[in-house]
Write a protein that binds this ligand. Structure first.
Ligand SMILES: C[S@@+](CC[C@H](N)C(=O)[O-])C[C@H]1O[C@@H](n2cnc3c(N)ncnc32)[C@H](O)[C@@H]1O
Length: 316
């Protein structure tokens, strides 16, 4: 069965849940944040462990997902506060809630299977949906706006940087050539423009995979301000509190790795040691000096987890 024919509502297996929960060490009465609630898989597991007296602050920028999560988490309604927002506003939310310092923060980044498999959301090159890709459908611009309006060089830059696509310039040129004839509005239309450029089918992945990833990251500004956000969120942890981040592509994971190392007082620059200006202030312990990857048993039931990389940091 192709991915887009599956029912998105059936897809809510939380990725690396056992590892994430073990690392968060959820305890009754604790305060936790799930900054990417999605359909609430991880949130539910956290809520089960923090009774009685615990609080979960949950955020997602996708209103539809959050509504589904809200229904799922109803048995714990008294212990959860959900917010439709960008997690970059977590500091504002926590300050306004005036909670005590937080015991743990979870980020399970990227898009959910629910979003990816929902035809009308336009994330998949396998669907003929409108080229949308917004996680937050109240946002003003979508993927079609970028594809039809960005200058060619900017488009090529996005495809190269966020998709790590070697053919970025050729793809951008082909897009600009096609859009001169009329707007590119559908996923399948864009996928076919890209596919035509690849003479040999690449092993394993569809030729449009990298370009679609790049556009999704650009539309949702997924990497912008991530380092600042992680450092700021870390500041809300109590001593001994932990942050756990699950990333799904190397660009995202690189930012997490760098930020965690910095907070743990390690050098993150390329300068010779005599010229290093890294702060070297030890504010945290790296719980995972190397990222944890999914166990084979998990991959057997949830292949979508294959690119997951989990990292955790503990505040001193
Ligand atoms: C991989 S899914 C999370 C799945 C969830 N852990 C579960 O068990 O169902 C990622 C979720 O994060 C949300 N998301 C991604 N970036 C976000 C951001 N900057 N602010 C808020 N939510 C975000 C997406 O809308 C998506 O629902």
């Amino acid at each position: 069965m192709t991915e887009h024919l599956r029912n998105p509502d059936d897809e809510h297996i939380p990725v690396m849940a056992k590892e994430a929960l073990d690392l968060l060490r959820c305890k009754p009465g604790g305060v936790y944040v799930d900054a990417t609630v999605g359909l609430g898989g991880h949130s539910l597991a956290i809520l089960e462990r923090i009774q009685p007296g615990g609080l979960l602050v949950g955020i997602d920028r996708d209103k539809e997902s959050l509504e589904k999560a809200q229904a799922r988490l109803k048995p714990f309604a008294d212990s959860v506060r959900l917010f439709h927002d960008n997690f970059k506003n977590l500091p504002l939310i926590l300050n306004n809630l005036a909670t005590k310092p937080v015991d743990g923060i979870l980020l399970d980044l990227g898009v959910s299977s629910y979003q990816l498999l929902s035809q009308e959301r336009g994330f998949s090159f396998q669907s003929d949906a409108v080229l949308d890709m917004r996680m937050d459908r109240t946002q003003q611009w979508n993927a079609a706006d970028l594809v039809n309006n960005l200058p060619e060089s900017e488009l090529a830059g996005i495809i190269y940087r966020y998709g790590e696509e070697r053919l970025s310039r050729r793809i951008a040129a082909a897009i600009v050539h096609e859009r001169a004839k009329g707007p590119i509005t559908r996923c399948a239309q864009l996928a076919s423009i890209i596919t035509r450029l690849f003479k040999v089918r690449q092993q394993g992945i569809h030729p449009a995979t990298r370009t679609f990833q790049a556009l999704r990251i650009a539309v949702n500004e997924e990497l912008e301000g991530m380092e600042e956000f992680l450092s700021e969120a870390f500041g809300f942890l109590k001593p001994g509190g932990r942050i756990v981040v699950i990333a799904f592509h190397s660009l995202e994971d690189r930012i997490v790795k760098r930020t965690f190392r910095k907070l743990a007082g390690q050098c993150v620059c390329d300068a010779p040691s005599e010229l290093c200006r890294c702060p070297r202030q030890i504010l945290a312990h790296l719980i995972t000096p190397r990222p944890i990857t999914p166990r084979p048993e998990e991959l057997a039931v949830n292949p979508r987890a294959r690119s997951a990389r989990l990292r955790s940091l503990e505040r001193i």
